[in-house]
Design a protein around this ligand. Structure first.
Ligand code: GLC
Length: 455
């Protein structure tokens, strides 16, 4: 009887663990994955670049969709394309100075235009006035600055003749009836488009040396995928595509927009897009990168004026790291191929801050639970050197920083920006707390950082 019961329990246990086991595509272990991802998690801060024909329209990279343009109507941007100031070395230097460690650039966005010399289309940069492969120049420039190289590649394609209709396609925005879908889909064949993507991904991951990140974009409307209104894993052939990517570049890091959530290894990191800093706390414990714009649009948008302030950008960076994630911040170069003055200004101010305070970002993550964030601060932590970073969001007017419950936990305290010592002592009000004495004058940084060497 007891043996029977035991057997039943074992079988039940096996069933439970089986139900919990996620499917996987490859054979990589967790430890191997962690090793592969190490440079990326240590980097914490990257630059996104959205550049394409839409940069000339200067009113959002979705302009073709927003204004329901046909290929013919959109052709003027191809004919006009001539970024005379395109200089990726300058971009890479600005990224590096701002403290970014990797760059991801659009090789093809939803508009379908390729910034690289693909054998499989005429809709490419080498057929414009430019006549050069701009992806190649980008790769060389970024690599030469010692930064990691990433490619963004759009799964959507609003130019390809085999790409079928869905609720994002520019051509179905006015008449969304089934009859119109059927009419527009006549002669289109997603199988051929899937092959086109595989061919282009093969070109991108074969002809440009080692590529560090692949950012595939995107899948949507799971419930509408059947009706053809959304698109996901089946439409892209995601499993096969990911296998191909891993075969061509075994070390590459791939984002999570292939719609492979049911697989344990269907993605390397999550991509919360344009979320608030408050929402980032939800991602603690996961591997993630929040992608954010300076203003509302990814492609250059001349008349968009809601640019984030220096403080907001710093908050994004600090909050990302304090929740164990990365920030990738986007620049949309102008039609001339230059960073807009507003972007340059924002990058310069980040350069000033990261130069002085970058040690509180790189190789850092969220603080151990034993450390409570003092009032009006956020914490980051470098495990390897056992240092805690207190980011002072509001500079204490009374010159006192209370470290709650930090008694016997601190060995040394200093400002990070100039390594000037900060004296501290046990609090008279609460024996478990420490009080750090700060100078009356706030250091010249929007958010100064106190570095605590822990016991
Ligand atoms: C979105 C948009 C796109 C942008 C991307 C960046 O999915 O479609 O325009 O490139 O996110 O995260």
């Amino acid at each position: 009887m007891i043996r029977k019961l035991k057997l039943l329990l074992i079988i039940a246990g096996m069933m439970v663990s089986f139900a919990h086991a996620q499917k996987s595509i490859g054979t990589e272990t967790d430890a191997q994955k962690q090793k592969r991802m190490e440079w990326w998690t240590d980097s914490r801060f990257g630059m996104f670049i959205h550049f394409g024909l839409y940069s000339g329209a200067a009113r959002h990279e979705w302009v073709k969709h927003n204004e329901h343009m046909s290929n013919e109507q959109y052709q003027k941007y191809f004919d006009q394309f001539n970024p005379d100031y395109f200089d990726p070395t300058k971009w890479a230097k600005e990224a590096k100075a701002a403290g970014m460690k990797y760059v991801v650039m659009t090789t093809k966005h939803h508009e379908g235009f390729c910034l690289f010399d693909s054998k499989y289309t005429d809709y490419k940069v080498t057929n414009t006035k430019v006549k050069r492969d701009l992806v190649r120049e980008y790769v060389n420039a970024v690599r030469a600055q010692g930064l990691k190289v990433g490619f963004y590649y759009s799964l959507l394609d609003w130019h390809h003749p085999d790409y079928t209709m869905d609720n994002c396609h520019p051509l179905v925005q006015v008449d969304t009836s089934k009859a119109n879908y059927d009419r527009l889909n006549k002669g289109r064949d997603m199988a051929k488009y899937r092959e086109y993507m595989r061919n282009q991904i093969t070109e991108l991951l074969t002809n440009y040396g080692k590529i560090d990140v692949l950012w595939l974009d995107w899948s949507w409307d799971k419930k509408d995928q059947k009706s053809g209104h959304g698109k996901g894993a089946k439409d892209w052939g995601s499993v096969e595509l990911l296998k191909l990517v891993r075969k061509l570049q075994p070390g590459i890091i791939v984002n999570n927009r292939l719609d492979l959530n049911e697989y344990k290894d269907g993605a390397d990191f999550e991509t919360p897009e344009q979320v608030s800093t408050a929402e980032l706390a939800k991602y603690k414990g996961k591997t993630w990168e929040t992608c954010q714009t300076f203003s509302g649009s990814w492609g250059y948008y001349r008349d968009e004026n809601t640019w984030k302030t220096h403080r907001q950008l710093l908050d994004l960076l600090i909050t990302s790291v304090s929740n164990g994630g990365n920030l990738i911040l986007n620049v949309g170069p102008t039609g001339r191929g230059e960073f807009d003055y507003r972007a340059t200004r924002a990058l310069d101010s980040l350069a000033y801050w990261t130069h002085a305070n970058g040690s509180a970002i790189y190789n850092c993550t969220s603080a151990p639970d034993a450390y409570k964030a003092p009032e009006n601060t956020k914490l980051t932590y470098n495990k390897a050197i056992n240092r805690l970073y207190v980011h002072l969001y509001t500079y204490p007017v009374d010159g006192k920083l209370i470290l709650p419950g930090y008694k016997n936990k601190v060995k040394y305290a200093q400002f990070l920006n100039d390594h000037s010592e900060l004296l501290y002592k046990p609090s008279e009000a609460n024996a478990d707390d420490l009080v750090v004495t700060l100078p009356v004058k706030k250091p010249g940084y929007e958010i100064p950082v106190v570095e605590l060497t822990l016991q």
